[in-house]
Ligand binder design. Structure first.
Ligand code: AGP
Length: 607
């Protein structure tokens, strides 16, 4: 997830406007930045790796000539953060510049085709195919808008792009497919951006560009047309009544709630990962003698859930290990036949890196799953997969957890196919359900949020909570507990439900809140027994249950419904959403700051 910006000013110099706008988009990505302007028939570019302030200190991002400009702040997906991989990207003649947010899935094939035509590529990015494709179209005499329209019809994946050409120095051409794109209309000029915060201090008149639309920005305003039939689209600006701070959160009061609502989009991104890296990683897992899934905190909960997925789907035994204990627990046993799959959204967690380093020194194979391209984990890994969740600002991991689960389940499916351990029908069924996950999560957010808010108000003063689940839901219970504990500061416990009668049940007294994660799967019968045990001792039982599960609804005090028909091995993704929302609303009810909980850091870089 990157931030793009463009502006056509009536007068004056655009670069300082772009620089300021990129600062307002920096929460979208901050590993490299760049600007391009057109002046007197020439293209001017400044770009480099690093945060905006650092790059500005070296290159002065305000000092480019011209009143037409593009800007980009990057969150690397393809090609590690570096100056050559930073945007804008240009064509062979440095006449065309492009900024892009999204993923071009078929870039490798297009690149090969263009290289055969003699194009020379400078970067490792997917984006760079766009200016070279536009170059080809302009060579055939097309005008820039038509050239961009034709190019977009070649692109598979997601994109919001803005394109300028020194040969047509009076316009910016933008197009959108899935990645967000908005236009800002002001007296002094016209702007395009990934998000409203970018131009909000300049104008509160915004035009949302829809999927499959192209818009031309020029001195006389903007013109929208549909890409597939060139039909013009008339759309008036909307008045936005947000403060810039609110806008960065897309109208949500906190980054955490915004990120919870971003999960459908992030999950769609995880379903577009580059097959070859998933295949490569699955090859190593399939060949492995022993597999350790190593991580900390929420990422460890993803590993625990994954151990159920690998076992149930691929019949592959794996060892989920808490990173800070790896060296003590397995340091001596790990060897050249061991494979470590280290999971870390930041890719910088010291405990996880220490475990990886210990295993590396014993010649083990290191695989990495992270959200940050260029992070230390990517450099220590033989193969790594980037989960494409975009920057997560809230300290409490939410969207990165469900994205990790989606990637790990795809890996388990990939290994299952290689091992031929489950039938094609089962594989196809799981793949189909995986594709449905984003809509399912969307439905839960739409239909259950209000109810969860009321539940949070009802239970906000409780002094301790139990989270219980069986099978893979034990991992969901642990994650639900961590969210409530870390942002609402309520001491809470989570157990595999079967374990509760071996001690924890002694805590139960009338009104003690117990949250059950109980999808309708093989664990159903036994979990009903656990619910009755708790009810018999006066507990207040809240169940995350399957839509239409009347029997459980009758047995509990409160419940939240999750759409039915979800295979058990994928259930942690939909079932954790209500727990994230519950923790968030309890924290807000208790006046805790969900984004910056006390004593915590987003990335724990000390052991
Ligand atoms: C989760 O909400 C916490 N922020 C924390 O437990 C986190 O999951 C842990 O520090 C691991 O971080 P990582 O995924 O970046 O390695």
């Amino acid at each position: 997830m990157c931030g793009i910006f463009g502006c056509v000013l009536k007068n004056g110099v655009a670069a300082p406007v772009v620089h300021a706008a990129l600062k307002r988009l920096e929460y979208r990505g901050y590993d490299s930045v760049g600007e391009a302007t057109i002046h007197e028939g020439r293209l001017f570019i400044k770009k480099d790796q690093g945060k905006i302030d650092d790059v500005h200190a070296v290159h002065n991002l305000d000092n480019l000539p011209g009143r037409i400009a593009l800007g980009h702040t990057r969150w690397a997906t393809h090609g590690a953060p570096s100056q050559v991989n930073a945007h804008p990207h240009t064509d062979c003649q440095n006449q065309i510049a492009v900024v892009h947010n999204g993923i071009i899935e078929n870039f490798a094939a297009i690149r090969k085709e263009l290289e055969e035509l003699g194009h020379v590529f400078r970067s490792k990015t997917d984006t760079e195919v766009i200016p070279h494709l536009v170059e080809e179209k302009l060579k055939n005499g097309l005008a820039l808008p038509e050239a961009v329209r034709e190019v977009t019809r070649r692109l598979e994946g997601s994109y919001a792009i803005a394109v300028i050409s020194a040969k047509e120095p009076d316009k910016i051409v933008c197009a959108r497919k899935e990645s967000p794109l908005v236009v800002g209309v002001a007296e002094k000029g016209i702007y395009c951006a990934s998000d409203i915060p970018a131009f909000l201090p300049l104008t509160n008149k915004a035009v949302i560009i829809e999927d499959g639309e192209l818009v031309v920005l020029g001195n006389n305003g903007y013109e929208i047309q549909r890409i597939n039939d060139r039909n013009q689209v008339l759309r008036e600006p909307e008045i936005i009544d947000w403060t810039p701070e609110m806008a960065e959160k897309q109208g949500h009061p906190h980054f955490m709630l915004k990120e919870i609502h971003e999960q459908p989009l992030c999950l769609r991104n995880t379903l577009r990962l580059q097959e070859q890296y998933l295949d490569l990683m699955a090859t190593f897992l399939e060949r492995a003698t022993e597999v350790y899934l190593v991580a900390a905190g929420t990422s460890y909960h993803a590993c625990l859930a994954a151990s159920y997925m690998f076992s149930k789907v691929a019949l592959l035994a794996t060892h989920p290990v808490i990173a800070s204990e790896f060296v003590e627990q397995h340091g001596k046993a790990v060897n050249i036949d061991s494979t470590i799959l280290a999971v870390s959204q930041s890719g910088e967690t010291a405990d996880t890196l220490a475990a990886v380093e210990c295993a590396r020194q014993r010649a083990a194979t290191i695989l990495g799953l992270t959200n940050v391209v260029g992070s230390t984990l990517t450099r220590l890994s033989r193969v790594y997969v980037c989960q494409q969740s975009g920057p997560e600002i809230g300290v409490a991991a939410t969207k990165t957890f469900t994205s990790q689960l989606s990637v790990l389940s795809q890996l388990a499916l990939n290994v299952a196919k290689r091992r031929g351990k489950i039938s094609h029908t089962e594989i196809e069924d799981l793949e189909e359900k995986l594709q449905q996950i984003p809509e399912i999560v969307e439905k839960i957010l739409k239909t259950q949020e209000k109810k969860i808010k009321l539940l949070a108000n009802k239970y906000k003063d409780k002094r301790c909570f139990f989270f219980l689940g069986r099978g893979i839901s034990a991992a969901t219970a642990l994650e639900g507990k961590l969210k409530l504990l870390e942002i609402a500061y309520i001491p809470s416990l989570a157990y595999p439900a079967g374990e509760s009668k071996h001690g924890p049940i002694s805590l139960i007294e009338p009104g003690f809140p117990v949250i059950f994660i109980c999808p309708k799967d093989e664990t159903r019968k036994t979990i009903m027994g656990n619910i009755m045990e708790m009810k018999a001792r006066g507990a207040s039982v809240i169940a995350m249950l399957e839509e239409g599960d009347e029997e459980t609804k009758r047995a509990v005090d409160d419940y939240v419904e999750v759409p039915r028909g979800f295979p058990e091995v994928l259930s942690p993704i939909p079932y954790v959403i209500p727990l994230q929302l519950f923790a968030y609303y309890v924290a807000v009810e208790r006046n805790c700051d969900p984004d910056m909980p006390r004593n915590l850091a987003k990335s724990v870089t000390v052991k």
